[in-house]
Design a binder for this molecule. Sequence first.
Ligand code: MSP
Length: 634
Amino acid sequence: MSKNFYLTTPLYYVNDEPHIGHAYTTVLADVIARYHRLFGETVHLLTGTDEHGQKVADASAKLGRTPLEHCDITSQRFVNVWEKLGVEYNDFIRTTEPRHTTLVAEILTRLNDKGDIYKQEYEGWYSVFEERFFTEKDLVDGMDPIGGRPVEKIKETNYFFKMSNYQEWLIDHYENHPDAVLPGFRLNEVLGFLRQPLGDLCISRPKSRLSWGIPIPWDEDYVTYVWFDALLNYYTATVHPPEGIAPKWPADFHLIGKDILTTHAVYWPIMLHAAGLEPPKHILAHGWWMAKDAAKMSKSRGNVVKPLDLADIYGPDSFRYYLMRDMVLGQDANFSEEMVVKRLNSDLANDLGNLLNRVTKLLTQHFDGVVPEVEWSDEDSLIELANQTAPKVHNLVEDLQIHSAIEETLQFVRATNRVIANDAPWTTIKSDKEAAGKALAKAAEAVRLATVLLYPVMPVKCSEILSRLGIGDIEVTDWEVTNWGDRLAGKTVTHGDPLFPRYKPPVTEDAPAKPKQDKKAKKEDSGMITFDQFKELDLRTAVVVAAEEVEKSDKLLKLQIDLGTESRQLVAGVKQFFKPEELIGKTVIVVANLKPAKIFGIESQGMMLAVRHGDSLTYLTPAGGDVPPGMRVS
Ligand code: MSP
């Protein structure tokens, strides 16, 4: 029986227009799902929209629609984007659907009957934007600590869920399941959070203040807090699935961004456990796509990337390829449209597209398009490489190293290009047609294998390649190299226009092509840099959270720093001046956009700034004031 694999994306807020963050999580989920289908598993992918809350109520009122009419329209925007980006989900759940609202009511009743819910008066600082309360000590400069927006003091009676009762259970659970939250450093964050006393969770809002929510089943004056409602969708989909095979609880993977880790890794498992259900097997928190200057993307900054625009310009599959290839799962990545073009032009047009073109062109010209049948020897180096590549890709995908799985496949494509250049069938065709046929059959088979391994990332383009190679549907075993060449021998290929045309940016009058910089002239200028050049440096505050000596080095310390939105490792040449413990807890200034480098074999992601004076060294730190980590120095 094939293995079942159930994975989910977050349910996206309907009031946001789909952006690159939504697109990344959903495409990642689709790619992982497609790989698992390729490996023969029965996969269930769930996505959808999160539709309750004040913001939705306000937006619909402004537009003169009922909240549900408004959600019908805005939820559809996500359906459309996923269609455009080729996302093949099994279920799209909306939190306003009766299958979900009834389940939320059932679970609330179950917890209430168990005595896990109580009513109490509460006073706190409420952020309308975040739709939640903060305590006095959470606030930063009197504003909400997440978006820095205004908060108001509210005193009201609400229902609370006894989360604190389950704190010890959750710590135990994570200690026994260290891969339950991935990557590992995110689990440490969660455990760090769980070392503090865990308060109870306010799970209701009075209807007088917010009416657009799922009613609390035993008290008509209240509706359910939006997160308590939304998280339960992952379970709803298993109890009330659409037609077809139902996913089984617990989910194998919840894919989320790092910003919604606490809700998923703390509230959610506790809610499940209290309701007598198992926690999810894994929660995978990915990093953020940042604007080029490492700033968070936000509507107000006007630097949000719209996935549909990019898919229109570069094609949905090239965009998917870029998203998967250029983000290391778990870490942040800087979004760069130039890199989208670079990946398209080099990996796809040059490496893969050209190879396919050569093969189909020569086979069509000299073999009537028919792939010759060939006796293969086991000692062929390309076949050997193929034998290694396929299982490696499989294992990398299992380890969620999607970017490496892609790179491994591309390495195989590049090796094939070198082999065909060496075999030169375009020359040997004149003297030794058999040798030319063999070289082309070998390259064709290599393209087939690489295409199958890239299919989850670029389903449309890869299907087109396979059909040009004369084969239709992908069979499950296709990713394994079994009988080299068998699948293609005797098949008729077709030659056509390039599948990945090189992208040349249009030159417009408003944006003339940039003149090439004359480096020498610039230097002779005066040795000065421009403000724009200075701005390229991303200097930030960071807190040293751990420090240790690098063995066998007189100079180096290895530091773990907190950059506000992420943790990083730095290697600093300060061992002669500081004991590791003297740096722990200190706020330093780092160059945050320095290319990572290996120093003494240890990865260093940035540089700490210091001033040397005589025999001593002082690190730079913001003088006075309590500056949080991750602040830009300008
Ligand atoms: N509705 C909640 C989730 C409820 S799940 C039960 C929510 N929705 S959201 O619309 O804000 O979408 C959030 C998802 O998009 C998160 O996983 C978040 O990390 C991701 N991203 C938003 N901006 C992002 C980037 N710039 N880069 C990558 N992903 C980011 O939260």
